[in-house]
Write a new protein. Structure first.
Length: 153
């Protein structure tokens, strides 16, 4: 199975897929799930991601407070699932992001491909109860986010 799962939607899906490609070159396999929308949250998507037992990283391109990552946490709590493995990426509240090109702002916020890849590396390294190194990557067929034989979310 995957070493981590990224839940993203909108424009962040492309960055998450690029991060997964980068990580595959480091023998870290990441499942990227296109959540399609923030609300209403897909409870089955949240359940599947968390019950894999690997880190779950949510990615959004707006404020974390009250956003997609918060909805994932609330859903996990409502379903009685542990939220310990969930990390949220997005815009920090009360932080002034410099005016400029969107690419620079996404980089500053850590929600571009490089920032997402770094968050996955951190999540894998600090995963509670981790007893193994990341498993070798399995390349997904072109145009998919899962390796052959794996269930697509």
């Amino acid at each position: 199975g995957p070493d981590a799962t990224i839940l993203a939607y909108g424009s962040e899906v492309a960055f998450a897929l690029a991060a997964a490609d980068t990580l595959a070159g480091e023998d870290i396999f990441v499942s990227v799930v296109n959540a399609r929308f923030a609300k209403p949250i897909d409870e089955d998507m949240v359940r599947r991601a968390i019950t894999r037992g690997t880190p779950v990283i949510t990615v959004e391109d707006h404020l974390l407070e009250g956003g997609f990552g918060s909805a994932v946490l609330e859903t996990a709590n409502r379903l009685g699932l542990s939220t310990e493995s969930i990390a949220r990426l997005g815009l920090a509240p009360n932080h002034f992001y410099k005016h400029g090109a969107r690419a620079g702002q996404l980089s500053e916020a850590g929600i571009d491909a490089a920032g997402i890849a770094a968050a996955v590396r951190r999540a894998i390294r600090v995963r509670p109860g981790a007893s193994r190194e990341p498993q070798p990557a399995r390349r997904a067929p072109a145009g998919t986010a899962e390796p052959q034989g794996a269930r697509a979310d």
